[in-house]
Ligand binder design. Structure first.
Ligand code: 13P
Length: 317
């Protein structure tokens, strides 16, 4: 089946509000100048402070900016009958939909609704948070809830990034709670997984990935799991300039898909988009994007310069 590619930029703790508007404008203008419109989803993940400014900039530039109403990635050929796996653990039931207030009109994007033709127009742009908290509100100083993102029509959030796991005690348990809440409120989680060099060298790659994947894929309703995007980011490749080879990444992506199939169904695993991340740049992106199980890239450093990010997008052509 054909999976729509994703090129995502994780700006991490870089780029202030003014720079974020300029960077998103430069990316859009760069993409517009490409010889042909790339058939992909472009996701920009700035800091919380920049989510709205980036969204507003994209709206101003008139790109196809997806809203929550139009965001679900509903794979056309998911065999519903194949989705009953008696061996699966019961799904968690505690994620209840919030009564989210309507968005202020000045941040609403009605692009798709006002102009239905645009629904099929690629590239489609999305704005993503880099993290989120699973509780709706309360005494969680410094945190942002899924319903707060939803209120601003933010469609995606990264979850379980290795920097969160390494520096802020993110565990597979908290990852599960975040993904469950995002899905319950209709947002798309970008589930980041990946092994450290020590784990890889000690032969634990499969076990580590399986544990990270199972925390989500064995515990949540199959119907909503279709929406999850997985980002395989080997920790040793992040920010080091040393990426996996495309062949190595393809082998691991095939393994990730196999593990998802084992946890769910083969049909669902075929629909899930799996991105590669870790020192992706214009020079190596094409090889990753050509691999059959690599459905896009999650770019850190090289997404901070419009030229390099646009060159990566152009590698789809
Ligand atoms: P780099 O592209 O800078 O290695 O970062 C990858 C990453 O962590 C994206 O989430």
């Amino acid at each position: 089946m054909k999976r729509t590619p994703i090129i995502a930029g994780n700006w991490k703790m870089n780029v202030d509000v003014a720079e974020a508007s300029l960077l998103s404008e430069a990316i859009v203008r760069g993409v517009t100048k490409l010889p042909s419109a790339p058939h992909c989803e472009i996701i920009l993940a700035p800091t919380y402070l920049c989510l709205l400014p980036v969204r507003e900039q994209l709206i101003k530039l008139g790109v196809t900016l997806e809203s929550l109403q139009s965001t679900p990635h509903t794979p056309p050929s998911l065999d519903k009958d194949a989705n009953t796996d008696a061996n699966r653990e019961p799904m968690h039931k505690d994620a209840t939909a919030d009564n989210t207030k309507p968005m202020p009109t000045n941040v609403q994007n009605n692009t798709s609704q006002n102009n239905p033709a645009r629904l099929t127009t690629y590239p489609k742009y999305y704005v993503s948070a880099q993290d989120v908290h699973w509780e709706t509100n309360g005494a969680y100083t410094g945190k942002i809830s899924v319903s707060m993102l939803k209120h601003l029509n933010i469609t995606h959030s990264l979850v379980g990034h290795s920097e969160q796991r390494a520096h802020f005690h993110e565990s597979n348990t908290t990852v599960h709670k975040k993904v469950e809440k995002l899905l319950a409120l209709g947002l798309t989680p970008i589930l980041c997984i990946g092994e450290t060099l020590t784990e890889r060298k000690s032969g634990n790659l499969k076990a580590v990935l399986q544990k990270q994947l199972n925390s989500v894929f064995t515990t949540i309703d199959l119907e909503v799991l279709q929406k999850v995007v997985v980002a395989y980011e080997p920790v040793w490749a992040i920010g080091t300039g040393v990426s996996a080879t495309a062949a190595d990444a393809e082998t691991t992506h095939a393994l990730v898909r196999e593990l998802i199939a084992k946890a769910t169904t083969a049909a669902l695993a075929e629909c899930i988009r799996i991105l590669y991340g870790g020192s992706v740049k214009a020079e190596n992106a094409r090889a990753f994007l050509k691999a059959p199980n690599i459905d896009g890239v999650l770019v850190g450093g090289a997404s901070l310069k419009a030229d390099s990010f646009v060159s990566i997008i152009n590698c789809l052509s």
